[in-house]
Every structure is written in C-alpha cells, then in structure tokens.
Ligand binder design. Structure first.
Ligand code: EPZ
Length: 428
C-alpha cells in the first residue's frame, strides 16, 4: 500500500508541463494492433495504465519499446496470441478494446470481460452489439467474450448513448471491415478525434471525427507511422482546479484550450481568471471560489472525470453548489472522505448538494479511484494541517509524477511507497 501526505495552505504558482493524454494513448495503443509495421508514439504519458496496455500488447505478440521520456514504439506485424487474460483486463478496462483489433487482424479473439469498478457497473453491451453488427459471431462464456469473423463487413451502428469506449472500439474494428461503417450518436471527445487522426495516419479512412456521425471506409491493411498524442485535458483540468483551490497563479504548458472549454467556462463561473497564450493557459484563482452548478455530460458537456476534483473545490465555495452526475451511478462515494475533512455534502441519487464551508481540516483518507484520489489531493491542498491519502497508487494510474509536479509549484507533499512484491506500480 502507498500513501501521500499533503500539507495544506501553500499557494501554487509557476509553470506545469501537461503530459500526453492517458485516455487517448490507451485507445491508440489498442488501435496500433491493426498495423503491419513500426509505429512511433510521442508525448506518451508515463502512467500506470499505459504500462498495463504495454503489457497487454506484448502478451499478444507485439514488440513494444519504451524509450526516452515519452516515446513508445510498437510493431504488431506478427501477433502470436489471440487471447487476453482476465488478470490483465481486470487491471485496466480499456485493454478490453484489443478484442476488436485482434479480431480484425486475425479473424478471432477471446478477451476477458472487464468487471465493474468503484464508479459504476461499466457494461460493454454497445461494444458487443457493434462487433456482432460487423459480422462477427460472438459468445459470452466463463467471463470471456469470444469473437470469430473470417471477414468483417461494414454496417450502420447506432449507440443509445455516446459511449467513448464503444466509439473507440468500433472505429478501430471497422477500419479493416469490408465496406462502409457508420456510427450514429458517436462520442465526440477529443480523445476520439485523436484516435481517428492516428488511424488515418496509418491508412484508415475515417470521416466525421468530433461529430456524432462517423463514417469508416474499411481498407485491406494499415501500416506503420509516427504520431504525437494530444495533451491530457484531465490532468490540465486537475491542475487548473488546484490553482483555484490555493488562490494560485499557474501556467498549464501545452494544454489545449479547445479541449478544455467545458471545464474552463465552469472555472470562470467560479471566479477564476483564464488567459490563453500560444503554448498554454494561465489560471489565476480567486481567494475563495464562488458556488456554481454542474451537470456532467458527454463532450462537449462538462466531463465526468472532472466532477470529483470540482466537488472538492466547491466544498469551500461561498454558497451552495449542486452537481448532477449523469454518466455513472456511483461516482460520489469519495464524498464520505471529504466529509471527514469537514465538507458538508449531501448525496441525493445522482446529485450532490455541496454547502460551502469556510475551511477544511486535514485528516487521514483513502483514494478509491483515480479521480477520487485527485479530488482528495485538491482538498488536502486547501485544508488546514496534514492530509494523509492512502491507496495513492490509484492516482499513479492516470497522473504522471503528480506529487513532483505539485511540489514544483510550491505544494508541500511527502510520498511513502511500500514496494509490494510482484506488483509493479510503474514498470520501466
Ligand atoms: C471512458 O470510459 C474513459 N476511460 C473514462 O475515464 C470516462 O469517465 C468515460 O469514458 C466517460 O467520459 C477511458 O477512456 C480509458 P463510456 P468508458 O463507455 O469508455 C454506459 C478516467 O478517469 N455504457 O463513455 O468506459 C456506461 O455505463 C476514466 O480516465 C453502456 O451502457 O465510458 C456509462 O454510464 C474513468 N454500455 C456511460 O455509457 C456500453 O457498452 C459512459 O461510458 C458502454 C458504456
């Protein structure tokens, strides 16, 4: 188990380099299995989930090298395995997306079903239905999805909900299907646009990225190329909220304003001053945030992944805020941990009523998932005294060197890491 101690009261100021997008990298690595040839990915974040996906690609037979601080090369010309075990899929849900690329490449794939997680059931019914529509025979037995297709064929797919994962997974799978595939009510997230641009760089023919209407014209083969991952809007959003939480003044170097608009407009409502520069975004926090209401929605709505850090910030706002979480059924569990620090949050169904208190006080708390951990760090930065956050390895899954980057901005943190035999937090 590992933990971090955050001492509150330090004002953050300075420049923070924003790393590449974790969620974009995971989708792109799953798609890399389609190509025969060498792929060079740049601006890859060094986070736990990326290492898990590296492990998955190597397990399937791809050659994967991690070199430099942010470069990963992948060569999936020769795949020698078509099964992905539960031990790997349970570590990181997005590894389920190798089902479609392995199937499209080899005509067969058997991948463990990902379970639920702390924020919700996380079903994959849209993924499975879409792969069946592309002509695969699919069976679900013993916790595995088995898919067979001698030749995938284009189809017209409609999503009841603009699922990010299902859009990524089916865009990848349809890239090698014969004919045209359309996806209606597709996800519009920047990470989906990044994936589509990456696949087109390998020779795919995808149109409509960033809209609800995707069209994928299948091709016979994809080949290697180089590609640079977009910056991580969730990391940038987390640091912007941290600046607000401490009344600080920080520069988010490399952040893409156009990807962060939903979060930045809410932060401005809460009293932040935002200024855009050619290579990033300056965020200056007010002495105390103003209360504001938030409803999480698919992009271009307010992202659910920023709900948790935002709730922490609004727990000390000058009024009452209401946050409505429309994507996940249980993404407020961490509020109990904030309550231990003095926050006044009432959960009613999928809404949190947050009555701002003058200050939080440091306390021992536990991170239940990646973004909950980030929320507790935000709370610790604001609290009086020390906050000890256990199970901090959740945060390492999606934030690169978070504590180092915070300390470089003036935060006071201490990291205690016990090396659990056989469990590598971040392999190199
Ligand atoms: C992606 O998860 C992200 N993960 C999540 O980020 C993010 O919270 C989520 O999109 C929403 O933006 C990655 O990109 C690796 P969804 P995903 O499919 O693809 C329902 C983080 O912190 N649904 O868009 O799993 C589902 O239950 C993580 O980085 C179905 O019903 O999200 C949920 O209510 C956490 N059936 C909604 O759609 C399906 O087949 C959104 O899920 C698929 C989804």
């Amino acid at each position: 188990m590992d933990k971090i101690i955050v001492t509150g009261g330090c004002r953050l100021e300075g420049t923070v380099p924003i790393s590449g997008s974790k969620n974009s990298t995971l989708a792109i690595m799953a798609g890399a299995l389609l190509a025969r040839g060498k792929i060079v990915l740049r601006n890859v974040p060094r986070v736990g989930d990326v290492y898990t996906m590296v492990e998955m690609l190597r397990y399937l037979g791809a050659t994967v090298e991690i070199n430099g601080c942010d470069v990963v090369t992948i060569d999936a010309t020769y795949l020698n395995n078509r099964e992905a075990p539960y031990e790997l899929v349970k570590k990181m849900r997005a590894s389920f997306w190798v089902l479609g690329s392995t199937l499209a490449r080899t005509g067969y794939a058997r991948v463990a079903l990902p379970g639920g997680c702390d924020i919700g059931a996380r079903p994959v019914d849209f993924h499975i239905k879409g792969i069946q529509q592309l002509g695969a025979q699919v069976s679900l037995e013993h916790g595995f999805v088995e898919a067979t297709a001698s030749q995938l064929r284009g189809s017209d797919i409609y999503f009841d909900f603009p699922s990010v994962g299902a859009t990524a997974h089916l865009m990848i799978t349809a890239s090698l299907a014969r004919g045209i595939t359309t996806i209606e009510n597709a996800a519009q997230e920047p990470e989906i646009v990044d994936l589509a641009r990456f696949l087109n760089a390998l020779g795919a023919r995808i149109q409509g990225m960033g809209t609800k209407h995707l069209q994928i014209e299948g091709v016979d083969e994809l080949y290697g190329n180089e590609y640079t991952i977009i910056p991580d809007r969730m990391e940038a959003g987390t640091f912007a909220i941290a600046a607000m939480a401490t009344g600080g003044d920080i520069f988010l170097r490399n952040a893409f304003w156009e990807d962060m608009q939903p979060v930045l407009s809410k932060l401005e409502e809460a009293g932040t001053s935002i200024s855009l520069e050619w290579n990033g975004i300056r965020v200056e926090g007010p002495d105390r945030p103003h209360a504001t209401d938030i409803k999480t929605m698919p992009h271009p709505g307010f992202p659910t992944d920023m709900q948790q850090p935002m709730t922490a910030l609004l727990s000390v706002a000058d009024g009452t805020s209401i946050i409505n979480e429309t994507l996940y059924e249980s993404r407020f569990k961490y509020a109990q941990e904030l309550a231990r620090m003095g926050a006044d949050i009432k959960i009613e169904g999928r809404s949190a009523i947050i009555k701002g208190v003058p200050r939080l006080t440091g306390a021992p708390v536990v991170a239940s998932d990646l973004r909950a951990g980030a929320a507790l760090v935000i709370a610790g930065l604001m609290a009086e005294g020390e906050t000890e956050i256990a199970s901090f390895h959740h945060v390492d899954r999606g934030y690169e060197r978070l504590e180092e980057k915070l300390c470089a901005l003036g935060a006071q943190t201490q990291r205690f890491q016990e090396w659990v035999e056989g469990e590598e937090l971040c392999s190199v």
